[in-house]
Design a protein around this ligand. Structure first.
Ligand SMILES: CC(C)(COP(=O)(O)OP(=O)(O)OC[C@H]1O[C@@H](n2cnc3c(N)ncnc32)[C@H](O)[C@@H]1OP(=O)(O)O)[C@@H](O)C(=O)NCCC(=O)NCCS
Length: 293
């Protein structure tokens, strides 16, 4: 940051900021949704602290930049659970870009998340995103991931497919994954997070014990889907068995990434608090597109 950069005024959850924050997201973050998406990302009970909205202002009412921190309980190895903050929904108004606003908000987020009892901050980011450089700079570790694009229209589910219950999926999701991942405390919270009850979502189990999400709804900045790569040993086989292709997903499994067209992305680990040393960084993650917010 240059010495002449103005010092912005930092505010944490200022009263009534929601409306202006949503307007800013819609104006500055292509593809962000409406009020319903805002509530879904930031105001829905998730079994962890409520999301924080961090903003920089000019000193008056004008918002310059914003970033949100959502919270999730992570399962990190046997019986161990940690609270993680996730930096998400960040934007800087175009006339203020490249002046260190997002970098400052990352620093602010570290302190805010530390104050909430989080042991680390996570951030998901694709390789081409302008946000990548400041996140990489602030991070102590990163895990490679891949975004597997969805699309191709809606395909009718295979008639032979069976729909596993939400309770089945909740159990499979937690019991069979390999690596650190988000713990969803109840079937209801899991079903809501994964949009299992959304009319556009199709979940099916194909003959041979393969299962996957066939189609999922678009929400906010991304397509949500619950695909646990550990439960889906070969996405091609699942797609073939169910008669579909191009399942939208986010995977941290290089074996899956090697089998499908996908774009490189990262999960960054950022320390919290002022002096807190980095926590152990899991050797393997089981994070999914839907875990982002
Ligand atoms: C991504 C975004 C929030 C960055 O905000 P910002 O306040 O401009 O970021 P900073 O000034 O802190 O940038 C710090 C560094 O990031 C990198 N960077 C930021 N924008 C960049 C761009 N457009 N192209 C290349 N690098 C970029 C640079 O390394 C920059 O340092 P430098 O200016 O000294 O070279 C902003 O571009 C934005 O609002 N984009 C649209 C919404 C969005 O994509 N949000 C990200 C969600 S994850």
């Amino acid at each position: 940051m240059e010495a002449s950069t103005p010092a912005w005024n930092f505010l944490l959850n200022p009263p009534g900021v929601e409306r202006a924050y949503l307007e800013a997201l819609q104006r500055h973050f292509a593809g962000w949704g409406g009020h319903a998406e805002f509530v879904w990302w930031f105001r829905r009970p998730v079994g962890a602290p409520a999301a924080d909205l961090l903003v920089l202002t000019t000193g008056g009412d004008t918002l310059v930049a914003g970033a949100a921190v959502t919270y999730r309980r992570l399962g990190v190895g046997s019986e161990r659970q940690e609270l993680a903050g996730i930096v998400t929904g960040a934007w800087t108004a175009p006339q203020y870009r490249r002046r260190g606003c997002f970098s400052e908000l990352i620093e602010r987020a570290r302190r805010v998340a530390g104050g909430r009892g989080a042991t680390l901050l996570l951030a998901f980011c694709s390789a081409e995103q302008p946000a990548r450089a400041p996140l990489a700079k602030a991070s102590f570790a990163e895990a490679e991931g891949w975004h597997i694009p969805g699309g191709g229209g809606e395909t009718p589910p295979d008639r032979r497919a069976r729909r596993p219950s939400n309770a089945d999926l909740h159990r499979w999701f937690h019991e069979n994954r390999v690596g650190a991942g988000v713990d969803y405390p109840t079937v209801e919270i899991f079903a809501e997070q994964a949009l299992l009850n959304h009319p556009l979502t199709r979940v099916a189990e194909a003959p041979g014990g393969l299962w996957g999400v066939l189609a999922a709804a678009r929400s906010g900045g991304g397509t949500q889907a619950v695909i646990a790569e550990e439960l889906m040993p070969d996405p091609m086989a699942v797609a073939a068995a169910l008669g579909v292709w191009r399942l939208p997903a986010y995977t941290t499994d290089p074996v899956v990434a090697a089998k499908v067209p996908c774009t490189r992305s990262y999960v960054f680990g950022i320390t919290v608090g002022e002096e807190t040393p980095p926590p152990p960084w899991p050797a393997r993650w089981a994070l999914h597109m839907m875990d982002r917010a």
